[in-house]
Design a protein around this ligand. Structure first.
Ligand code: HSE
Length: 372
């Protein structure tokens, strides 16, 4: 079986990936070789009863990496930036399967989301493409949910207004949000115990604490608990954030659309104080006036994970939230209705686990495709 080098398997995305590989029995089809950036020489882990044996190899040992036909990394963009070009310079022609954004827009790299673009992946493999990269989490979750409309060429343009969870920043970001909630509620715990205490006084104290500089903001720089941050990733200098730019660049690359076929995507990306599911409110301009039932059918039938949530208050509140979607591969899509702008304009809302379809799952499935 193929030897597969894993780098970054201990991190948050890596841990989710290892769990998915175990759950799907994927370790039985490969010979895993585990690398470490910090603990080379330490004991290699055992997943799903499959002993990798021996010790952890050094993730910067180019000779050891070069021996492998496939390398899967969830170590992050800095690692990719440092190691990938060196391996290619040495003539390594193995498959590099990555979750970081570093290589995504390279001409000789593909963005993988096989339920949506298996045709693009297969053509790439045939043409000798060697670099396969998971997409941005919001783009992958969007296309898993509404891919049916995009793949049929039914979308002229779309806006994605996002509600992105702390996990998109990383494990420490999630902890910071929870500590923020703890410290804020701790600051008013006496008042909270008394149902008769004045809410405006509680609110004043909370705000005072949020503005005091006393909360831990090492990761997000400002308090996120009880607030939000309408900017994600770097500033492109044209008023747009890099996260917003990805919506158009990656959607079209995943779908393999060029020139006049491109779908125009733009929007505003917002960080909110949720844990691991990204949500987004969409406005789509369709190319045709389709009945809502037809739109729902196309979305629901596109893949086994997209699930239409009826556009009712009850079903929405129960099924279309980060709390409902976290830990699940299902991508609920709801709030589908015609907007007042005209019969081709629809709204939709979708939510998905940012660590599953947003990160680990496309990478796991690409490995499965690559190892037959
Ligand atoms: N850029 C994403 C976020 C991470 O910050 O939420 C996943 O691609």
């Amino acid at each position: 079986s193929d030897a597969v080098g894993f780098v970054g398997w201990r991190g948050m995305v890596g841990s989710v990936l290892m769990k998915r590989l175990e759950d799907e029995g994927d370790f039985s089809g490969i010979t895993p070789v585990f690398f470490s950036t910090s603990n080379a020489g330490g004991e290699a882990p055992t997943f799903a009863g499959v002993e990798a044996g021996g010790t952890l190899k050094d993730a910067h040992d180019l000779d050891a990496l070069c021996e492998l036909p496939i390398i899967v990394t969830t170590q992050g963009g800095d690692y990719t930036q440092a190691v990938h070009p060196e391996l290619r310079r040495r003539g390594w022609d193995g498959l590099w399967i990555d979750a970081a954004s570093t290589l995504r827009q390279n001409d000789d790299a593909l963005i993988v989301l096989d339920p949506v673009n298996r045709d693009v992946i297969d053509r790439g493999l045939e043409a000798g493409v060697k670099d396969f990269v998971g997409g941005n989490c919001t783009v992958s979750c969007l296309l898993m949910g509404l891919g049916g409309l995009f793949r049929r060429g039914l979308v002229e343009w779309g806006t994605a207004m996002t509600y992105q969870a702390a996990s998109g920043g990383g494990a420490r970001h999630m902890r910071e949000v929870l500590k923020g909630f703890r410290d804020i509620s701790g600051g008013v715990s006496t008042e909270l115990q008394d149902p008769a205490s004045a809410i405006l006084e509680i609110d004043r104290k909370v705000l005072e604490l949020q503005r005091s500089g006393d909360l831990d903001t090492a990761q997000f720089e400002v308090p996120l608990a009880g607030s939000l941050i309408p900017w994600i990733d770097s500033d492109l200098g044209n008023g747009q954030s890099r996260e917003e730019w990805k919506a158009d660049a990656e959607t079209n690359k995943i779908l393999g659309l060029e020139g006049a076929d491109r779908v125009i995507m733009d929007g505003l990306c917002v960080r909110i104080a949720t844990m691991r599911s990204h949500a987004q409110a969409l406005t789509l301009k369709l190319t045709e006036d389709l009945p809502v039932e037809e739109i729902e059918r196309i979305i629901d039938e596109d893949n086994e994970w997209a699930t239409v949530v009826p556009n009712t208050k009850e079903a929405t509140a129960r099924g279309l939230t980060p709390v409902a979607s976290s830990g699940s591969l299902q991508i609920p899509v709801g709030r589908i209705r015609k907007l007042a702008m005209g019969p081709e304009y629809i709204s939709a809302f979708t939510v998905g686990d940012q660590l599953l379809w947003g990160a680990a799952e496309p990478v796991r499935r690409m490995l499965k495709i690559a190892t037959g």
